[in-house]
Design a binder for this molecule. Structure first.
Ligand SMILES: [Zn+2]
Length: 420
């Protein structure tokens, strides 16, 4: 984090950067990197080739060397996709009944799903569905600059499975396979960083985190396509006219304003959507509560109402980015009761942003909205200070500062009852 990047955020105080770990040149605690297997859905090769093909490659056009750069973020993505909040949303995408709403997206009615309570068996169901999905999904890095600068994009893939796929044991068709394109900027940045012997580890950890988020975001889309039987049936009815363009839409989740399952996944898992900066590897990351005008794409994503006028982006601490990429954190999580807050990001210092367009929701009331005014901020302030209140103990572990880690370790290891 250098001076030039801080200058891009003149409203943040030096103490903000300091409290979020951006001013320390060295972490006072050395973490162990993640160990453990990468989930098969992110594996370089499949167990067997796709029908009609002899290649087992899942990551098209990617060399083994480039794939090795991805091992740390793929291990992180594996942990993220297994986090309790992620399992709950994926399970809901698979099994929640689609209820009709009055909202239409072009010619289609947009359904709604609800977040399901996850039975103990949900983990087996999701494990099976992800393994099934892994058999048909493909990834490739590509130039997505034509996609509004997005970092990833998932679409249906009928090449190997023209009639569709099944993510269930009985092999009944449930939906279609996915092709996931990931922005080539990621690959270029990884190559650049790994070629520097004196690279900045914080930049690498930040990049790992962003790629892991993008991949899990796209898996949420792929899971929906794998169970969108209505889309598959309409598409197969139009087949073999390959030029037929068949629309599909994702469902709203509960009463959310926008239907976009990837952003919904981020919001469920992190308590907000990750705002990446592709301008510089040095740029800090922010998180904001979604739906927000900051991620608006009304052309692509059905909306129930117009967005709120204000949104607040909260600085993500480098401590968080480091902690969740340490094996110690995941070992500590494993020993505790499952929590939907496992990966919740602490929202402490933020910048309030105002929508510049005219088509916002004029009935929006900050007093009743999650984008409302927090006790410690004033209406006219752009720098927001927020007290997160009682934080879940696992979320506290993820967000802990080095001093807090040392205190916790001291408490755990020190003998109780010794007199000086
Ligand atoms: Zn998306």
């Amino acid at each position: 984090m250098d001076d030039s990047c801080r200058q891009d955020f003149p409203l943040l105080a030096l103490s903000d950067w300091e409290s979020h770990g951006y001013l320390e040149s060295n972490d006072s605690i050395t973490h162990s990197p993640l160990t453990g297997a990468v989930h098969p859905i992110f594996g370089y090769n499949r167990d067997r080739p796709l029908p009609g093909s002899t290649s087992t490659r899942r990551w098209l056009t990617l060399t083994q060397q480039d794939y090795e750069y991805l091992t740390p973020p793929l291990r992180l993505a594996t942990q993220m996709i297994w986090s309790p909040a992620s399992i709950r949303l994926l399970y809901s995408i698979l099994y929640s009944p689609r209820s009709p709403t009055l909202i239409r997206y072009k010619d289609l009615a947009v359904p709604e799903i609800s977040l399901q309570a996850t039975p103990v068996s949900a983990i087996i169901t999701i494990a099976r569905a992800l393994n099934r999905l892994a058999e048909s999904i493909s990834f490739a890095f590509g130039d997505l600059s034509g996609h509004g600068g997005s970092l990833g994009s998932t679409g249906p893939d009928f090449l190997a499975y023209p009639l569709g796929i099944s993510v269930q044991e009985d092999n009944q068709l449930t939906g279609c396979a996915s092709f996931v394109a990931i922005s080539v900027y990621y690959l270029n940045d990884f190559r650049r960083l790994y070629e520097q012997p004196d690279r900045n580890e914080n930049q690498l950890l930040s990049l790992n985190f962003q790629l892991a988020v993008t991949l899990c975001h796209e898996i949420a889309h792929a899971m929906h396509l794998a169970v969108d039987l209505d889309f598959l049936n309409r598409r197969n009815a139009a087949y073999p006219d390959q030029r037929a363009s068949i629309l599909f839409t994702e469902p709203f989740v509960e009463d959310q304003r926008v239907a976009e399952l990837g952003l919904c996944w981020e919001n469920e898992v992190f308590g907000g959507v990750i705002m990446s900066s592709r301008e510089s590897l040095n740029s800090p990351l922010f998180v904001y509560e979604w739906p927000s005008f900051l991620a608006r794409n009304a052309e692509m994503n059905p909306e129930r109402t117009l967005p709120a006028r204000l949104s607040t982006t909260y600085l993500i601490s480098l401590y968080y980015i480091r902690n969740i990429q340490s094996q110690e954190y995941w070992d500590a999580v494993r020993g505790r009761a499952p929590s939907h807050h496992t990966l919740r990001i602490r929202k402490f210092v933020g910048l309030r942003r105002e929508y510049q367009g005219n088509n916002f929701d004029r009935n929006w009331d900050p007093g009743t909205s999650s984008e409302g005014t927090w006790p410690t901020e004033s209406e006219d302030s752009s720098r927001v200070l927020r007290n997160d209140g009682d934080e879940d103990e696992i979320a506290a572990l993820a967000n802990e500062r080095p001093r807090e880690t040392l205190e916790r370790l001291f408490d755990q290891h020190s003998c109780v009852g010794l007199n000086p």
